[in-house]
Design a protein. Structure first.
Length: 117
């Protein structure tokens, strides 16, 4: 499975971005998908995740009410809509997929999100 993330960029505080992740290769619609981020000097953290059905969504506390994860299985796409962005959201964002249950086996390249104050 190959994952390709896109949609990052530079925005001002309060702005919005939508990240996209395209899956290709031996894809299956029953992958749990997620978005991680890593800011300079910090560990990578799980931001949001979603089951293949569109249910089972998860969002870390710091983004609840601002970020929304969704997926389109027909297009093998996963999205992260990010609203009301804050400088602390600045990070490299990665999409990932669970292969072995409980393990994030597949990773896309990162896309940089920078929020200026």
């Amino acid at each position: 499975v190959q994952l390709q993330a896109s949609g990052g960029g530079l925005v001002h505080t309060g702005g919005s971005l939508r990240l996209s992740c395209a899956a290709s290769g031996r894809t299956k619609n029953n992958y749990r998908m997620g978005w991680f981020r890593q800011a300079p000097g910090k560990e990578r953290e799980l931001v949001a995740a979603i089951n293949w059905s569109g249910g089972g969504t998860y969002a870390t506390d710091s983004v609840k009410g601002r970020f929304t994860i969704s997926r389109d299985n027909a297009k093998n796409m996963v999205y992260l809509q990010m609203n009301s962005l804050k400088p602390e959201d600045t990070a490299v964002y990665y999409c990932a997929a669970v292969g072995t249950p409980g393990r994030w086996d597949y990773w896309g390249q990162g896309t940089q999100v920078t929020v200026s104050s």
